[in-house]
Write a protein that binds this ligand. Structure first.
Ligand code: 0O2
Length: 209
């Protein structure tokens, strides 16, 4: 299999989804001064990670396309927990892809302490050979959840998946602290949004120089 040819449609899906989700963010800012989307990132899973995941899950290399769901991955980061559900609702109302699975790791966190909402989609992408349907994963999480997951991901890499028990339990406590932070921030959401609106208006009015 030529890897570049295999991966090209996934790279295109990541770029298209990033444009579309960033477009949503922009539209929200123009129309409502505020957006449930803070920022959007995306990546194509590296070849070594795809092969490692297929091996770990006992997936036959011929079935990678159907069974490794996150070769194309996009992440939507929100300020507040309820923004996550607003984004999920908006994704459900779109007609340019089909949602095939939802994984709510917010109400049911993973053992590691990981929290995030994952949506697996079937995305039709145009290739030089016509339309191709590919799977992609959209991860939606708060800034606090993202901070935790990024740090935990680095530690997992450092310890090759065998994080020492002491560090693991600190990570679990940190995950709970991040969750409490989200809860507290949610309680003063309207205050924060009002303050941000005032700040943004001031920035627009400020003369250049
Ligand atoms: P990467 O490097 O981000 O691509 P699994 O068998 O549980 O590993 P599955 O069944 O494909 O994976 O789906 P799941 O559990 O929804 O996880 C998919 C992705 O979610 C992971 O991809 C991570 O990006 C993220 N994720 C899931 N659990 C954790 C966690 O405990 N900590 C962190 N930091 N991220 C997590 P990859 O392929 O594991 O990694």
């Amino acid at each position: 299999m030529n890897w570049d040819i295999f991966i090209a449609p996934y790279a295109q899906v990541v770029e298209e989804l990033k444009v579309k989700l960033k477009g949503m963010r922009q539209q929200f800012e123009y129309e409502r001064d505020q957006s449930p989307i803070e920022f959007v990132t995306g990546r194509v899973k590296p070849k070594s990670s795809i092969i490692e995941k297929a091996r770990r899950k006992g997936i036959n290399p011929e079935n990678i396309e159907d069974e490794v769901q996150d070769i194309a991955g996009v992440r939507v980061v929100c300020q507040f927990v309820d923004d996550i559900y607003s984004v999920v609702d908006m994704l459900k109302n779109r007609h340019d892809f089909e949602i095939v699975e939802e994984k709510d790791y917010i109400s049911r966190k993973k053992d590691s302490g990981y929290r995030s909402f994952h949506v697996i989609i079937k995305y039709p992408v145009e290739t030089i050979h016509g339309e191709k349907i590919v799977l992609a994963e959209i991860q939606i999480r708060t800034l606090a959840m993202n901070f935790w997951a990024t740090n935990e991901h680095s530690l997992n890499y450092k310890y090759a998946g065998q994080i020492p028990t002491e560090v693991k339990s600190r990570l679990k406590r940190a995950a709970e602290a991040a969750f409490r932070l989200d809860e507290e921030m949610s309680k003063i959401k309207s205050e924060i949004q009002e303050a941000q609106k005032i700040f943004n208006e001031k920035q627009i009015k400020k003369p250049e120089g």
